[in-house]
Design a protein around this ligand. Structure first.
Ligand SMILES: Cc1ncc(COP(=O)(O)O)c(C=O)c1O
Length: 386
């Protein structure tokens, strides 16, 4: 082996983040306060939304948004099976049912043509996930939702900065949820954001993110605040600290630069694999800006003598960190047992799962790192060809 390992992900943290965090540490105010408010204001401006509410994860953002949208026990919510645990589990928090929908085989996004047949009289919302950062077919999803009076809550954990037909993701559906988890395009370690143009949603998620109180701590303890508060509803503890928000403020300023680097590296990968019939590369439709959170390739297994798992094992042995996004939800024991889902219920996701793997893609990589990954992948394909 003898090669230095290229991790699957490394966050891009510089002096600006350290200065912002030190500023908070020195200020005497660590929890939700002025930095969180600044982060919300700047984030709303970047995505073009009227309101932004900072929370401590995208999971929290999704939970709060579903609650604000009035999702209750017995309701059904349509979500793609090709997603992370969070998108579906939040539906179960509210004792509603996550109804899974298959994906399309190019972007791996939810197949909007399969939504209609999954709708029942209990269906209340759709959660499209912009897989890897490629926006879903929002025109089709929103027109169906409007016709059936369904809410559209976007899971944009991967989709910053992304655009769909000229609109920024974060300003399209009823509400959009972002993630600032350690591996995301910008990070606060753990964190999330809800954006919406609906003032009622914004007010409800803000209140419910902090125990359902009528006033947050900053409004109680700061010089201009008052000690008095009322509990308006039994809420949650989902607020974002000013320490995390400080990181977010510094990261947000670099978001465009990070994205340009990711886009350039994705183009280098595409060019580097273009002549290999064994690999299907991801691409961006002409009407979108792909956020390039993930670079997911599909292996043409009938052209190879090894499986996807062996492929990943060999890449890791050669020093390339890889991952798989995602194990579709319907293949997990909980979803199989609880809802009786079978692999053949979602033929596209089941078959794609055997073929997909994610290569490293992040701004902290160098162009030489990208070139090395290309060379290692090409060599592996040549050695494993049928
Ligand atoms: C598609 C998707 N949705 C939601 C989440 C949850 O994000 P968080 O870790 O910020 O709660 C993730 C996290 O990886 C994700 O990939």
């Amino acid at each position: 082996m003898g090669l230095k390992m290229l991790p699957f992900h490394v966050p891009d943290i510089g002096d600006e983040e350290m200065a912002e965090v030190l500023d908070v540490l020195r200020s005497g105010w660590l929890t939700t306060g002025p930095k969180a408010r600044d982060f919300e204001r700047e984030f709303a401006a970047v995505v073009g939304a009227k309101h932004a509410v900072a929370v401590n994860s995208c999971t929290a953002a999704l939970h709060l948004t579903l609650e604000a949208a009035g999702i209750r026990e017995g309701d059904e919510v349509l979500i793609p099976t090709m997603t992370f645990a969070a998108t579906a589990e939040v539906v179960t928090y509210l004792k509603a049912k996550p109804v899974l929908v298959d994906c399309i085989d190019d972007t791996l996004n939810l197949d909007a043509n399969r939504l209609e047949q999954a709708i029942t009289e209990r269906t209340k919302a759709i959660i499209p996930v912009h897989f890897a950062g490629h926006p879903c077919d929002m025109d089709q999803i929103i027109s169906l939702a409007r016709a059936r009076d369904l809410r559209v809550i976007e899971d944009a954990a991967h989709a910053l900065p992304a655009r769909y037909k000229g609109k920024t993701v974060g300003s399209i559906g009823d509400s959009t949820c972002f993630s600032f988890y350690a591996t995301k395009n910008i990070t606060t370690g753990e964190g999330g954001m809800i954006t919406t143009d609906n003032p009622d949603y914004a007010a409800r998620v803000r209140m419910m993110s902090l125990h359902g109180l009528s006033r947050d701590a900053w409004n109680r303890y700061s010089a201009e605040g008052s000690w008095y508060y009322e509990i308006l509803s039994p809420g949650f503890k989902y607020n974002l600290t000013d320490i995390a928000a400080a990181l977010g403020l510094a990261q947000l300023k670099k978001c465009d630069r990070f994205w340009k680097t990711r886009e350039r590296y994705a183009a280098l990968y595409n060019e580097g694999f273009r002549d290999l019939p064994e690999i299907v590369c991801p691409s961006a439709a002409s009407h979108v800006q792909h956020a390039w959170h993930l670079y997911v390739i599909q292996l043409e297994l009938d052209r190879l003598r090894i499986t996807r798992n062996e492929f990943i094992h060999r890449l890791q042995q050669a020093g390339v960190g890889c991952s798989v996004h995602f194990i579709p939800l319907h293949l997990h024991p909980y979803y199989r047992k609880t809802f009786g889902y079978q692999p053949e219920d979602f033929p596209v996701a089941s078959s794609m799962f055997q073929r997909i793997l994610s290569l490293p893609l992040y701004s902290k990589m160098t162009q030489e790192d990208v070139a090395r990954v290309i060379e290692i992948v090409r060599n592996l394909v040549k050695e494993s060809r049928r």
